[in-house]
Design a protein around this ligand. Structure first.
Ligand code: APR
Length: 246
């Protein structure tokens, strides 16, 4: 396997998906044993689902929350944190994963573009999302700040659901990093099937700005042909050598 070429002015943008946490025991979505094989995302991961059955939605996210609390970052997570330490502002990590494992591995230049399982927010007021490791598998929680104002509002997982938009600040940060990098950009997607936009379109932006792209994945993904290079393998096994931080 040819390692990522990191000459002196290379700028590295990494996008991770569920495959990057599979080696930590976190289920993916579209693999044979993925979450969308046993759940319909329309029932547990959309605003309509939450309006229809908030108890079921909280049961789904509480089970996943309990799972990530028991998981540990893997060698792939640590390799990305090491590369960030070496490159500094020339490195950026965007993750579709909501398990918090990149942060626990030490990644700081990190955009959690689909949210974080270990954060909760109010479905109504503008209080900021807050750290929350509680599980709510009996009944959904209510917002205490709304209650103090005589209102009733449910708390919800701090997750970007299907049909919801990503944080515009995240999108601006990604766009400016890629445009500023230009031909110096090395875009690396890790453990993602390329099924969900706008993350799946980042490889096209990389090409548009003149950068080069790699897909590191256990199998060819839906948009594999859009990448300049494909590295087949498990991220925990491949990333340390591929990123030159073994
Ligand atoms: N190492 C590398 N790749 C792996 C590994 C591994 N150990 N295990 C699985 N993979 C690959 C699979 O082959 C698959 O291509 O990771 C990919 C995971 O794809 P998905 O399950 O579709 O997950 P992801 O691409 O992250 O899904 C994107 O969809 O449901 C939404 O919001 C959810 O963030 C999620 C988004």
């Amino acid at each position: 396997m040819t390692p990522l070429d990191l000459d002196d002015d290379a700028c590295v943008l990494v996008l991770t998906g569920a495959g990057a946490s599979a080696d930590s025991g976190i289920p993916t979505f579209r693999d044979a044993k993925g979450l969308w094989r046993t759940h319909r995302f329309e029932d547990v991961a959309s605003p309509d689902a939450f309006r229809r059955d908030p108890t079921l939605v909280w049961q789904f996210y509480s089970e996943r929350r309990a799972g990530v609390l028991k998981a540990q970052p893997n060698a792939g997570h640590h390799a990305l944190a090491k590369l960030e330490a070496r490159l500094g502002a020339r490195f950026l990590l965007a993750t579709q994963n909501v398990d918090g494992l990149h942060g626990r591995a030490g990644s700081e230049r990190l955009l959690e573009i689909h949210g974080n399982l270990l954060k909760t927010r109010c479905s109504s007021c503008r209080r900021p999302p807050f750290e929350d490791t509680d599980v709510y598998d009996e009944s959904p929680p209510f917002c205490g700040e709304c209650q103090a104002r005589g209102k009733t509002a449910l708390l919800r997982p701090h997750i970007v659901w299907f049909g919801e938009s990503l944080d515009p600040e995240h999108l601006r940060t990604l766009e400016s990093f890629m445009v500023d990098a230009g031909r110096r950009l090395r875009f690396v997607a890790v453990g993602t099937s390329g099924n969900v936009w706008p993350a799946a379109g980042l490889v096209d932006v990389a090409r548009r700005v003149g950068g080069r792209s790699w897909l590191v994945n256990a199998e060819p993904a839906a948009n594999a042909s859009a990448f300049d290079h494909f590295v087949c393998g498990k991220s925990a096994e491949v990333l340390p050598a591929f990123l030159g931080v073994a």
